[in-house]
Design a protein around this ligand. Structure first.
Ligand code: AMP
Ligand code: MG
Length: 714
């Protein structure tokens, strides 16, 4: 599998800069100039007054002057021949200064003396030639280079061109980008209901069972417009090879430079896009459809692994085709990282990449074990930066010692947008950056400096705003302890793992290097709506991200979370002075709601916590119990052999006869799921009485030094 930087290089190497065309400047917003723009005329084209006042000869001042007329903006003074000395002309801002005058006296600096129809003004001070007069070409000189090849035309550039009277811009053409969504399950939210049926004509079509609304196409079309493309909407295409082939053919015929499809590029039996692109189907009785090549079909990244990139050659050009993964977050992220740079390269951008800045993490982030991650985050800018600068700037004296200090103290803080599962599009809401995180194991701790790609905002057009990629400091996960297979020894073993690096000296507040923070993490997870073991097993076969999950499990999760917060608050109050610092509670969400994914999340959470509490899910919490067994190295006392066997059967799928109901009835509420991994104690909290369970099972662990935990669990 190629890496994301390799994928981007590949895409850019196939993306041609589009030809140059002349377009009216006012239609060229967002386009890139292909040649320098020179001013054909000076501005101002005549000497212009800067003030409302009187145009005078400087040699006549001070003195009393006779007013002989007026020059207003758009209505110059009609000066025939020479004018006697001692005269003045009333003048407004921007009006031409008469040829005989060389200065303007502001209206507030004169005294008017009226005698019948004669108006005179008294000027008290002397004025140098040129005072309050903008000379010809003082703003823009004749033939000055106004804009440079490679500049992106924005509102200000348009204003400059208009001021200089330049109508047309030589720019690179805008890429024509066609978007289609693939999927039998998709319904267009903007198509109206069926008037003849029971649908409301003002509401979007109702989705039948198993259907969902098509988000990607509308989102990607908007992203393409924002990136400066001319777009074509090719609609929703069924998961059918012929339909797909026709849609691609159609896109090519409409003159698209880029085709962006979403969905249908993973491993499912109806994911046909790659085969269709390679021409692996023959359609009897149909005219030949287009064939192309694939450059890559999977990328080592998260989210967006199935990202596919290929091209179709026609007689006249090569059309780029991006097959984005169907999950909306994956589609949005891969568009930002791969499609947008291609669009920019084709549009003539000198630097097609998204601007990279540095940020510090506002909290720990556990790294994915298999793939580098582009983690969505918002930025919080340190208040101090603005205040410090304001303090130093004395605007009245024009003294602006403006220095942006790029030490970490002035970097923005990146805060994750929350659960990063690729179906949760709300994790893109407000996201300003994609944090470039390496693959794990381990975690990047709070305050770690990381690089971040800006995915919104005006900084995108700046040529300079590109900082280097940062290799963040990764804190390794604590080494897992050996599974010595003796359940009864688990507690002692847990204490032993951390005894050496635990620092319990009174009065110290800093953690030793390598020691984990005093954090209890509550692992929450969605629930697979399985009613029986067969359904549970069936669900567990469906790949992550495609599984049906409900939020029902989270109600239990929040109960556990709030109970943990309450117990920790109580413990922090009564904490013995030998214990450094206070405990904190954090939460993580497991993706996709199965025991297997929950087990992985437990392992991740264990890297950054001393205690992990698993909130129940699945029928009576059996799924959680199973996850604890699988996710930890060792079960604890209290986990009956039959339970252990039964649960492992659920996870591995080899014990379909297991009676979940019986299992649940027998063990629910007993807090039987417990284990330890990576120096962390993991407990499944019974759903029925979370507060009392945590208080009796966990609270004592919080108020005694770690090495005395032995014997406290269960
Ligand atoms: P696929 O890549 O086709 O396997 O789709 C992966 C997941 O993304 C499935 O849960 C799809 O239902 C969902 N999905 C695919 N296309 C879209 C779309 N256009 N809008 C919203 N969700 C989609
Ligand atoms: Mg699909």
């Amino acid at each position: 599998m190629i890496s994301m930087p390799e994928a981007i290089d590949m895409v850019l190497s196939r993306a041609p800069v589009l030809p140059v065309e002349s377009v009216p400047f006012r239609d060229a917003i967002g386009r890139v100039l292909a040649s320098d723009v020179f001013s054909p005329r000076p501005h101002p084209p005549f000497p212009a007054s800067i003030m409302d006042g009187y145009a005078v000869r400087s040699v006549d001042c001070p003195g009393t002057l006779r007013v002989v007329g007026a020059s207003r903006a758009g209505a110059p003074h009609d000066t025939h021949g020479s004018v006697e000395s001692g005269t003045a002309v009333y003048i407004t801002t921007g009006a031409p200064v008469p040829c005989w005058a060389d200065a303007v006296v502001p209206v507030e600096r004169i005294v008017t003396l009226k005698e019948n129809t004669n108006v005179q003004i008294k000027v008290d001070a002397s004025y140098k030639p040129g005072t309050n007069v903008r000379a010809v070409g003082s703003d823009i000189a004749l033939h000055e280079t106004l804009l440079f090849s490679g500049d992106v035309i924005g509102p200000h550039e348009l204003g400059i061109a208009a001021l200089a009277g330049i109508r047309n811009a030589e720019t690179h053409a805008s890429p024509r980008l066609a978007v289609l969504s693939t999927g039998d399950e998709l319904v267009d939210p903007f198509s109206f209901g069926d008037v003849s049926g029971d649908d409301d004509e003002n509401e979007p079509k109702r989705v039948a069972s198993g259907s969902i609304y098509d988000a990607n196409r509308h989102m990607l079309l908007a992203m393409a417009v924002e990136a400066g493309c001319v777009t074509t909407d090719l609609g929703i295409v069924k998961d059918d090879p012929l339909a797909l082939a026709c849609a691609i053919q159609n896109a090519v015929l409409t003159g698209a430079d880029i085709i962006v499809a979403s969905g249908g590029v993973s491993e499912g039996d109806k994911d046909y896009l790659k085969q269709v692109l390679l021409g692996e189907f023959s359609f009897d009785g149909q005219p030949d459809t287009v064939k192309g090549a694939i450059h890559f079909g999977r990328v080592l990244m998260k989210p967006g692994k199935p990202l596919t990139f290929g091209e179709i050659k026609t007689n006249t050009k090569t059309v780029l085709l991006f097959g984005l993964p169907g999950n909306p977050v994956s589609a949005a992220v891969t568009f930002a990282l791969c499609v947008k740079p291609a669009v920019r390269r084709m549009s003539g951008y000198l630097n097609p990449h998204p601007p990279r800045i540095h940020a510090v993490l506002g909290h720990d982030i556990v790294l994915d074990h298999e793939r580098p991650e582009y983690h969505r985050a918002v930025l919080h800018w340190p208040e101090g930066t603005v205040r410090d600068v304001q303090d130093k700037v004395d605007m009245t004296l024009g003294n602006c010692p403006y220095q942006v200090n790029l030490g970490t103290e002035n970097l923005p803080t990146a805060i994750s947008t929350g659960r990063q599962i690729s179906s949760r599009l709300t994790s893109m809401k407000g996201a300003e950056v994609l944090l470039e995180l390496p693959k794990g194991p381990g975690f990047c701790g709070k305050d770690t400096r990381v690089s971040a790609l800006l995915i919104r905002g005006e900084l995108g057009v700046s040529r300079e705003m590109h900082m280097g990629r940062v290799r963040p400091v990764v804190t390794p996960a604590a080494a897992p302890t050996a599974n010595h297979g003796v359940l009864g020894a688990a507690v002692a073993k847990t204490a032993g793992v951390t005894r050496n690096d635990s620092s319990c000296d009174s009065g110290k507040t800093r953690r030793r290097h390598g020691e984990k923070p005093k954090v209890i993490t509550v692992v929450m997870h969605e629930m697979v709506p399985a009613l029986n073991v067969d359904e549970l097993l069936e669900e567990s076969m469906i790949p992550d991200g495609e599984r049906r999950v409900t939020d029902d499990g989270n109600d239990d999760g929040f109960a556990v979370l709030s109970a943990a917060i309450r117990v920790v608050a109580e413990s922090n109050e009564t904490s013995n002075s030998n214990i450094e610092g206070t405990w904190q509670v954090s939460q993580v969400f497991a993706e996709s709601g199965t025991s297997a994914s929950l087990a992985t999340t437990i392992r991740h959470a264990a890297c950054t916590s001393q205690i992990v509490l698993v909130a129940p899910s699945g029928p009576a919490g059996v799924s959680s119990q199973a996850a604890v067994v699988v996710g930890t190295d060792l079960g604890f006392p209290g986990l009956a052999d039959r339970m252990r066997h039964g649960i492992e059967g659920v996870v591995s799928g080899d014990d379909k006869e297991l009676n979940l109901k019986e299992l649940a009835d027998k063990h629910a509420g007993a807090g039987v799921g417990a284990g330890q991994v990576a120096g962390c104690v993991v407990l499944s909290v019974p759903p029925r009485n979370a507060y009392h369970a945590i208080k009796s099972g966990v609270q004592r662990m919080l108020v005694v030094p770690r090495e005395k935990w032995e014997g406290l669990v269960l």
